[in-house]
Design a protein around this ligand. Sequence first.
Ligand code: NAD
Length: 364
Amino acid sequence: MTAAFSTTLPPEKLSFFNDPQTGLRAIIVVHSTALGPAAGGTRFWPYDDRESATRDALRLAAGMTYKNALAGLPFGGGKAVIMRPSDEFDRTALFAAYGRAVDSLGGSYLTAEDVGTTVSDMQAVRTMTRHVAGLPSDGAAAGGDPSPWTALGIFLSMQHAVERILGTTLEGRTVAIQGVGNVGMGLARLLHEAGAKLIVADGAMTRTEKCTELFGAQVVAPEALLSVEADVLAPCALGAVLNEASIARFNTKIICGGANNQLATPQDAKRLAERGILYAPDYLVNAGGIINVVAENLQESAAAVEMRVRKIPERLAQIFDVSERSGLSPAVVADDMARAIVADAGIRVPTVAAAPLDESQHAA
Ligand code: NAD
């Protein structure tokens, strides 16, 4: 997966954990603790080798620093990847060993779910450390499935973008959603309630059928979705979906969706602007999930999460304002703002700056 994200700040700490007994091979990157403990999920993926896993962890951790800063959270950025073993393994034991790895960082890293990890994995992690979130909640407390919060942040951001560009509410507007999984489905529900018309695509037919049944959505093939005529396009499936080839085909005025790392390259932000398409930076509008994760760690209520998520469009408005005044794309303005927030927090003292791969190995 490619990403436009700038990783100009080196990470504070890069750690490798190997546990031959359970097959655990994990990499944890504490990118920045300038604003607080580094928060970010754990990806469980069949990487080809440790180098590609490390690259992914470094890139994702830097992204979390920017995301958490822009969301106004008292947390820095970090991320972990676990290389999925190719042989058979005991999943609970592996995640418990990973919990020991997280615990060894003494609270400088807070983990939760990401691609390939589940609530039950985090429950196994919890047996060894308290520095984990994404655990079941009773509804009044923060915690549990983050995707409804992610969907709400995207919906509110979209409302703002539509008002700004089209001067109307979402009622009667057409929104095309790529991917109606956890986030896309939640977004579809909110849009339907707001009176928007939906066009959806997903490889999983059961999901698109559900959208038609519940929200009257029109279904198109995944390859057709990116060129349908719509007021807003909401990428809620894959990264790198905004690229030279796709941007040339877009038939929309606004891009606002939940997928991470939507821009394939930094030049694609410029390409969107040149075509007059307003891009809502992905890591700002999809911050609802991480807002829920850190609130759980702080033992806050669901009401506190909602309050923070409702602030996302305010930040988006600031970004669009600066973008209009400066002529810089919203993506560049968002990165600049995030960097300034981190820089204002104080001087970072890197403990291990981008250590060579064989240094700082630990057994979990
Ligand atoms: P998900 O796996 O539940 O849903 C993704 C959906 O996209 C699936 O239904 C899948 O079939 C579909 N899909 C895959 N390729 C497609 C294609 N080419 N065309 C159309 N549909 C396709 O994942 P999710 O939790 O809904 O997350 C969606 C995106 O949002 C991901 O990029 C994720 O990293 C990002 N995100 C999620 C959260 C969260 O709270 N879950 C938070 C922040 C960011």
